[in-house]
Design a protein around this ligand. Structure first.
Ligand SMILES: NC(=O)c1ccc[n+]([C@@H]2O[C@H](COP(=O)([O-])OP(=O)(O)OC[C@H]3O[C@@H](n4cnc5c(N)ncnc54)[C@H](OP(=O)(O)O)[C@@H]3O)[C@@H](O)[C@H]2O)c1
Length: 270
């Protein structure tokens, strides 16, 4: 199978780099890309888990997989990661900016350092990795970037204020870049999952995973968008309807409905 399915006009020696590949959607991206014959670079903090994924994918699909552990919340982590990848003689043809997390609660009481880390992982690392690998893609006139945003990107999310804002950034950033690089043969996708059955909800009170889609479904939506040149890829019919209706509804109503849905039960009703 050729690389062209996920990396239009890409060449085989170029690797796909997946952040947050130790679990959930990122691990599913690693599996799907390896099944398509892509050599990989896997990034996350959980080194042992990444090593196990790498061994599994190498054995199953015969692909080369490098593990580069990184805490993307740490200042300078992306510079170190990019230097490590370059020192291994690896070039990146596809970048999957997937690592991310969300905090939930009354913003005034949330842990300040964790809120800053959320911005660092969900926004700063995405910008830095994109800035690091996009120039070579433009020079090659091939390559693709999938930035994992969320359906939370389409409206403010009270009680997940930082998370919603980070994903709105990712959506806007990705759409803008997609337009800039379109004529340079590079594709950028903002992948917008709704609730997906992963470890994401461990930190979030009142998980509503009952109606969740699978990580594999989300990944299929993302890779299909990269192949077809779709820029904003909302995963699943219900999520597509929901984000469409949010665009049409008055913003004040959208804010209030979102607050009712996300309000932690520990907060007294107004
Ligand atoms: N699940 C959902 O319902 C949902 C919905 C919309 C969007 N999303 C987005 O989808 C993406 C993947 O989430 P998921 O659902 O697959 O959650 P997950 O299973 O919790 O996976 C999150 C991944 O991000 C990595 N990560 C977290 N903090 C990191 C850090 N400081 N440095 C490096 N890696 C870090 C984690 O690896 P380590 O812990 O090993 O570092 C893990 O591999 C996120 O961007 C999330 O916002 C998820």
């Amino acid at each position: 199978m050729t690389d062209a399915r996920v990396d239009p006009a890409g060449t085989r020696h170029l690797r796909a780099l997946v952040t947050g590949a130790s679990s959930g959607i990122g691990a599913a991206f690693a599996h799907a890309l390896a099944a398509r014959g892509r050599d990989l670079v896997l990034v996350a903090r959980s080194t042992a888990v990444l090593e196990a994924v790498a061994t599994d994918l190498g054995a199953k699909h015969g692909v080369r997989v490098d593990v580069v552990p990184a805490d993307l919340a740490r200042a300078g982590a992306v510079d170190d990661l990019v230097a490590d990848v370059a020192a291994r003689g690896i070039e990146i043809g596809t970048l999957i900016n997937n690592a991310g997390f969300g905090t939930h609660g009354f913003f005034a009481e949330l842990d300040a350092a964790r809120e800053r880390d959320e911005v660092a992982v969900n926004i700063l690392a995405v910008v830095a990795l994109t800035r690091a690998y996009l120039p070579a893609m433009v020079a090659r006139r091939s390559g693709g970037i999938i930035n994992v945003a969320s359906t939370a990107a389409f409206q403010p999310v009270p009680y997940m204020a930082t998370y919603g804002a980070t994903k709105a950034f990712v959506l806007s950033f990705s759409e803008a870049l997609a337009e800039e690089v379109r004529e340079h043969g590079v594709r950028v996708v903002a992948l917008c999952p709704g609730q997906t059955a992963t470890a994401f909800f461990t930190d979030i009170e009142e998980s509503r995973v009952g109606s969740a889609r699978s990580a594999e479904q989300v990944v299929a939506t993302g890779l299909r968008a990269l192949e077809t040149g779709r820029v904003v890829a909302v995963d699943g019919f219900a999520n597509t309807m929901m984000t469409g209706s949010v665009r049409l509804a008055p913003r004040s109503l959208v804010r209030r409905v979102a607050a009712r849905i996300e309000r932690p039960s520990s907060l007294k009703p107004r």
